[in-house]
Design a protein around this ligand. Structure first.
Ligand code: ATP
Length: 319
């Protein structure tokens, strides 16, 4: 029998006065999966995560996290989850070692604090007080506090915000190490390359609804969508007329481009054309699929356009 999902939520709705932060979200995250939530500011990511952590109650819908309702689950359940908040700036006068050991003492079967400190790249900093750490080092402490209880499931809210590129990659390695132990990870991020680098699946949440979800490589039709083939003709290729492929065009920068649903066939035709001209290579050949960022921006802009159109309807018009 398949393992029960780590997270299963149906029809989650949350309103704050007139603001509908969640407008009916269904989410299933398998045990051992790394799942990333993407979305613009105010889309509802933190609200969703806080409901799953048991810190907020939904207005409607239900959630099961590690088999329990997070709003009612007790301390035994809480010991099985780890939480890394957007910024946990407390215990400033304690040292790294003290604060990690202190947190470890809350859990029935914690990891060794020294090992956790090393995992997050803070070895050598054990005796420094948190108030003397840089922003990036504090973020590492936050992550250490989230994993020291050896949770089955960890929630990471923007885990690498404020880190330099090297620090971000180091924390990615920690998260990967954690996932490789079979743990489940739910993270929110504004960095699309972070979702692409870490997540088995991502969901794009816009105005409290999932606009798309799937594997980062396939979401929003990335694998089936049109690809753009480009090359930079030189020598005889620059002078010869282009082959009669519909849509093939010269760009102002001298490259030749074609947007096509059949890039393999297009490249084969272009190769035959070049070969016939005595050129075995298409210089600077690239085949580009829509990136995760392309898909994300397309969805966000489509929703913005829809919202603008709805706002422009005369009063009493149907939305
Ligand atoms: N306690 C609250 N009271 C009133 N409104 C709230 C509260 N918390 C969140 N909201 C509103 O709910 C919506 C969703 O907020 P949420 O923090 O879940 O978004 P988010 O996707 O996490 O945003 P960000 O990327 O900026 O962190 C926003 O419009 C926000 O202003």
């Amino acid at each position: 029998m398949a393992a029960p999902p780590a997270i299963a939520a149906r029809g989650l709705v949350k309103r704050y006065g007139a603001v509908e932060a969640l407008a009916g979200v269904d989410l299933e995250v398998a045990a051992g999966e790394v799942f990333a939530l993407l979305g613009p500011n105010g889309a509802g990511k933190t609200t969703l995560v806080e409901i799953l952590e048991g810190f907020r109650r939904p207005g409607a819908g239900e959630a099961r996290v590690l088999g329990e309702d997070p709003a009612r689950a007790g301390p035994a359940w809480r010991a099985r989850i780890g939480v890394v908040f957007q910024s946990a700036g407390f215990f400033d006068v304690l040292t790294v070692r003290e604060v990690v050991a202190h947190f470890a003492s809350f859990y029935p079967a914690p990891l060794d604090p020294a090992r956790v400190i090393a995992m997050v790249g803070l070895d050598g900093q054990e005796r420094r007080r948190l108030k003397h750490l840089s922003g990036g080092q504090k973020r590492r402490v936050d992550l250490a506090l989230g994993i020291v209880g050896d949770p089955e499931l960890i929630f990471l809210d923007e885990p690498t915000t404020g880190l330099d590129p090297e620090g971000r990659r180091q924390l990615w390695a920690v998260i990967r190490q954690f996932a490789a132990l079979g743990k489940t990870v739910l993270l929110t991020t504004h960095y699309l390359e972070e979702a692409e680098a870490l997540a088995d699946r991502v969901a794009i949440i816009i105005r409290g609804r999932f606009a798309a979800q799937g594997a980062p490589a396939a979401i929003g039709g990335r694998e089936e969508g049109r690809a753009t083939v480009t090359f930079h003709p030189a020598g005889r290729l620059a002078e010869a007329p282009l082959p009669p492929l519909p849509g093939l065009e010269r760009l102002p920068d001298g490259r030749v481009a074609l947007a096509t649903a059949a890039p393999t066939r297009a490249v084969a035709e272009l190769a035959r054309w070049a070969e016939a001209l005595g050129e075995p290579e298409l210089p600077g050949l690239e085949i580009r699929r829509p990136t995760l960022e392309d898909v994300y921006l397309r969805l966000v802009r489509a929703h913005d356009a829809e919202a603008d159109a709805a706002a422009a309807l005369p009063a009493g018009g149907s939305a």
